[in-house]
Design a protein around this ligand. Structure first.
Ligand SMILES: [Zn+2]
Length: 209
């Protein structure tokens, strides 16, 4: 490491351990490692148009992901299909209401609210809504963002469909439905949305008051 580097602003590349001096970046720029081109830091990266596109894509997948069959079990001629929504209700009706609530919250309600919350925040920034009401809404959305983001746990369900499908496939025919595809796509879109979203940057766009 050259002696001139200030130790407080140095970061190590995650891939190749090269010491890099952190600098202030212009907006919408990602810093890459000069040696291996790994993304190093992207704090000010938060494309409003990109997030708007991802929100719309997520909304398009949201309804079919929750209300189309995720799994079709064909066991000795009897065919059963189920959706994420029905699964939560069925688990509730079997007496495991805590599990039902957890499935409902983590797979249906939280992702839906997260998408709507980001969509609203992006719209407020994009349409430059400076009135007191919109700024208040914007602030309260930002304050609740972390909770919604932590409650959204689609990956658990993607893994559990696959585990269930592989386990059941030994003694019955399993077909993964259109719902599974939409659910996986919803998972991917939300993953990219959360990667693009930067809370600190969103706070920077709130009106100073
Ligand atoms: Zn590197």
């Amino acid at each position: 490491m050259p002696k001139s580097l200030d130790p407080n602003t140095i970061i190590l590349c995650r891939s190749c351990d090269l010491a890099v001096q952190k600098r202030a970046l212009p907006s919408n720029v990602r810093a890459l490692c000069p040696r291996c081109h790994t993304a190093l830091y992207d704090v000010p990266y938060c494309s409003i148009n990109g997030m708007l596109a991802l929100c719309i894509a997520a909304l398009l997948f949201y309804i079919p992901a929750n209300f189309l069959p995720i799994i079709e079990i064909n066991f000795l001629g009897s065919v059963r299909t189920t959706t994420v929504f029905e699964t939560a209700v069925a688990v509730w009706q079997q007496g495991y209401w805590i599990v039902g609530v957890a499935v409902m919250a983590a797979a249906v309600i939280a992702p839906g609210l997260l998408i709507l919350s980001i969509l609203l925040q992006v719209s407020i920034v994009k349409l430059k809504l400076h009135s007191c009401f919109w700024q208040k809404t914007y602030r309260s959305l930002l304050k609740n963002h972390a909770t919604l983001s932590q409650l959204t746990m689609l990956e658990i369900y993607v893994i559990s469909f696959l585990v269930a499908a592989f386990n059941l496939s030994d003694f019955s025919d399993i077909y993964l439905g259109m719902g599974t595809f939409c659910f996986c796509m919803l998972f991917l879109v939300i993953l990219f949305l959360q990667r693009e979203y930067n809370l600190e940057h969103m706070w920077g766009m709130a009106d100073e008051r």
